[in-house]
Design a protein around this ligand. Structure first.
Ligand code: THU
Length: 135
């Protein structure tokens, strides 16, 4: 599964975004070490607080299926049919990713399969608080 394919799956998942309040549609595709892909979209709520981001939808789907090891995630977000800028995971999603993913886990933000940028989790969440802190 190369990055372009993963981005295509994120863009596909984005079509299911339920975002009537922000109109900001996000899709994510998460690759496991075993080669499986779990996708997700953002799901908003009239009470706003219960809204879940695309990244957490994908991760929670995977974890609930028994997955624990991950390689990379592709994310695509924006208001228009085609994203017009890079969207990176919010702080809460970075923290949730850090629970299961190592420093080298790759986060790809894409506007298209041909146009993306890549960061590691440790770049996006340096000096993070994680399971190791609790011994
Ligand atoms: N959103 C995501 O799905 N992922 C992010 O990393 C940033 C924000 C969603 C949440 C909300 O539905 C909308 O984008 C606007 O914040």
């Amino acid at each position: 599964m190369d990055n372009r394919e993963l981005i295509k799956l994120a863009l596909e998942a984005r079509k299911n975004s339920y975002s009537p309040y922000s109109d900001f549609k996000v899709g994510a595709a998460l690759l496991t070490k075993s080669g499986k892909v779990y996708t997700g979209c953002n799901i908003e709520n009239a009470a706003f607080g219960p809204t879940v981001c695309a990244e957490r939808t994908a991760l929670f789907k995977a974890v609930s299926e028994g997955e624990r090891e991950f390689v990379r995630i592709a994310v695509a977000g924006g208001k228009d049919d085609i994203p017009d800028s890079y969207a990176f995971p919010c702080g809460v999603c970075r923290q949730v990713l850090a629970e299961f993913c190592g420093a080298d886990f790759e986060i790809i933000s894409a506007v298209s399969p041909e146009d993306s940028v890549s960061r590691t989790l440790s770049e996006m969440l340096p000096d993070s608080f994680g399971p190791d802190n609790l011994g």
